[in-house]
Design a protein around this ligand. Structure first.
Ligand code: C2O
Ligand code: CU
Length: 475
C-alpha cells in the first residue's frame, strides 16, 4: 500500500519535472497542458470555484467593542493547587473570553505589565496585516509598561484565540492565552455554548512549573509535552447537562506541543466548524487530530441513558482524561434547527495542478539551542518571503523530511488540504493549521485574499522558537 502511494508520488513528481514546470507559477505556463486542459484555464477554473467561498472584506456595522487586556505576572494556581508566579491576561488563565458579533469592531487596548516584551496575535482571525502581532514582520514588540491598540473587524464568525508572538514557547506556557469568539449574526439557539480550552502543564519535582524551557530534549522531539492536562484550567472540568439539550462545544488546543484526539463515547457529535470556519456539510465526528492552534466546533444532542460520560484523548497510546459530561435525569426539549451548509470548493481538479512552492521541513545542528528547525534549509530571518498573488490559486507542498511532528500554521489565510502522501483528501473545510507527521507530504490549495506579510510556522512552539518560521507575502 505504502509503496504504491510512494510510486504514484514518484511518477507524479517525475511527470512534473519532465515537463519542466517545477516550482514556477502555473499561469505563466499557459502553453503547458495536462490531460488536455490548459493550466491557465484550470487555474481560472479553480479560482472561479473558489469565488465567494468566504468574504473578502469585513462589513463593519459601526459598533466598536472596547476591551482592556493587560498581561502581567499573577499568582495563580497550577493544576496541582500550588500557587505560582505565572503570566496571565487580566489575572486569569485561560485569559478572558472575548465575545463579539460578526460585523462589530474589536478595539483591544493592550497593556504590557510583564517584565519583558510581548505582542498579541489573534490566531486564525483575518485581521489587517498591521494587527497581526508578529514582531519584526507586522509591528515592533511592545515593551514593558507600553501599550498597543489592536483594532479590527473580523471577517468570519467562529472560534478563535489569542496569544503572544514573542518568546512564545515560554510566554504561552506560563499562561498567556485567551479566547475570541465571533458570533454569527443569528446564532442557532443552543441550550449551551461551551468552550473547552485544552492545555497541558509540565511541573517539576517540587510541583512548580518546570522553568526549563526549550530543552534540548524538547527541541529534538515534538516540543514540550506536560504531564497534566487541563480543560479550562481544571483537571476535572465538568459540564452539567440535561438529556435533550443541544450544545455547541468549541474545542481549542492551546498547548505548546501536545496533540489531542478527543473521543466522545456514547454521544453523537456533528462537526460544524474546523479552525473557526464552518464546514461545507456538517458530518459525524469520528476523531480529528487537534494540533496546537486547531479548533473544532461540535453540535451535540444529549441523548443517553448513562449519567456520566468521560471524554478522553486518544492521540497517544495512553488514554488521557479530558473532561466529564454529567447528565441529569430531567429531560428538556431539544431545540430544533437545521445545520446550514457552507460553500467550500471541492477543488478536485487541483490535483492536476503543479506545485507552486514546496516547503521542506527539517532540522540541522547549530544555533543557540544546538538544534535548529528549518524550512527549506533556512531558519527565521534567513528566509526570503514566498510571494503569493492575491486572488490566484496556489498549491503549496509541505514536505516533512524529518522524523517529528509539524503542525504548520499560516497566519491571515485559510487553506484546504488537497493531497496527503499522494492520496487525494476530501476534507470539506478550511484550515489554518495542518499536522504534517513524520515523512509526510501534504499539498494544500489556497487563494490568498488578504494582503500583507504573514508568517507560516510550526505551531509546536519549541520548533518555531528554534527557527521553524517563514513568511509569505501576499500582494
Ligand atoms: Cu497561533 Cu503564529 O500563531
Ligand atoms: Cu514542528
Amino acid at each position: 500500500m505504502k509503496n504504491k502511494i510512494f510510486l504514484k508520488f514518484l511518477i507524479l513528481g517525475a511527470v512534473l519535472t519532465l515537463i519542466g514546470i517545477g516550482i514556477f507559477r502555473a499561469d505563466e505556463q499557459d502553453s503547458i497542458s495536462l490531460q488536455g486542459v490548459g493550466l491557465k484555464t484550470l487555474n481560472a477554473g479553480l479560482v472561479a470555484e473558489f469565488n465567494d467561498s468566504y468574504v473578502t472584506d469585513a462589513s463593519p456595522v459601526g459598533k466598536i467593542v472596547d476591551f482592556d487586556l493587560t498581561a502581567s505576572i499573577s499568582n495563580l494556581k497550577l493544576p496541582n493547587g500550588k500557587v505560582e508566579r505565572l503570566f496571565a491576561y487580566n489575572n486569569q488563565i485561560p485569559g478572558p473570553s472575548i465575545r463579539i458579533k460578526l460585523g462589530e469592531t474589536l478595539r483591544l487596548n493592550f497593556n504590557n505589565k510583564l517584565p519583558e516584551e510581548t505582542t498579541v496575535h489573534f490566531h486564525g482571525v483575518r485581521v489587517p496585516n498591521a494587527m497581526d502581532g508578529v514582531p519584526g514582520v507586522t509591528q515592533s514588540a511592545i515593551k514593558q509598561n507600553e501599550s498597543f491598540v489592536y483594532e479590527f473587524t473580523p471577517k468570519d464568525a467562529g472560534t478563535y484565540w489569542y496569544h503572544p508572538h514573542v518568546r512564545t514557547s515560554e510566554q504561552l506556557e506560563k499562561g498567556l492565552y485567551g479566547i475570541l469568539i465571533v458570533e454569527e449574526e443569528n446564532p442557532n439557539p443552543y441550550t449551551q455554548d461551551i468552550t473547552w480550552v485544552l492545555d497541558d502543564w509540565r511541573l517539576d519535582r517540587s510541583g512548580g512549573l518546570d522553568e526549563n524551557f526549550n530543552t534540548g530534549h524538547d527541541l529534538m522531539h515534538d516540543g514540550r509535552w506536560g504531564q497534566y492536562i487541563t480543560v479550562n484550567g481544571s483537571l476535572d472540568e465538568v459540564l452539567e447537562v440535561h438529556n435533550g439539550e443541544r450544545i455547541r462545544l468549541r474545542l481549542i488546543n492551546v498547548s505548546n506541543a501536545r496533540i489531542y484526539k478527543p473521543v466522545f463515547p456514547n454521544l453523537t457529535a456533528m462537526v460544524i466548524a474546523v479552525d473557526g470556519m464552518r464546514v461545507a456539510d456538517p458530518f459525524v465526528y469520528t476523531g480529528l487530530d487537534l494540533s496546537p492552534g486547531n479548533r473544532l466546533d461540535l453540535d451535540i444532542i444529549i441523548q443517553t441513558d448513562t449519567n456520566e460520560i468521560v471524554i478522553v484523548d486518544e492521540f497517544t497510546r495512553s488514554k488521557n482524561k479530558l473532561a466529564t459530561i454529567r447528565i441529569d435525569s430531567e429531560l428538556v426539549q431539544t431545540p430544533e434547527f437545521e445545520l446550514k451548509n457552507y460553500y467550500v470548493p471541492s477543488w478536485v481538479n487541483a490535483n492536476q495542478m503543479p506545485v507552486d512552492a514546496e516547503l521542506r521541513l527539517n532540522a540541522r545542528r547549530g544555533g543557540q539551542y544546538g538544534i535548529e528547525w528549518t524550512i527549506n534549509n533556512k531558519v527565521f530571518g534567513e528566509h526570503t518571503p514566498l510571494d503569493l498573488e492575491l486572488g490566484k490559486f496556489h498549491k503549496i507542498r509541505l514536505t516533512n523530511e524529518s522524523g517529528r511532528l509539524h503542525p504548520m500554521h499560516l497566519h491571515g489565510q485559510f487553506f484546504k488540504v488537497l493531497v496527503r502522501n499522494g492520496v487525494p483528501v476530501s476534507e470539506n473545510f478550511w484550515r489554518d493549521t495542518v499536522l504534517v507527521k513524520s515523512k509526510e507530504v501534504v499539498d494544500v490549495g489556497i487563494v490568498p485574499m488578504d494582503e500583507g506579510n504573514w508568517v507560516n510556522h510550526c505551531h509546536i512552539l519549541e520548533h518555531a522558537e528554534a527557527g521553524m518560521v517563514t513568511e509569505v507575502r501576499v500582494q
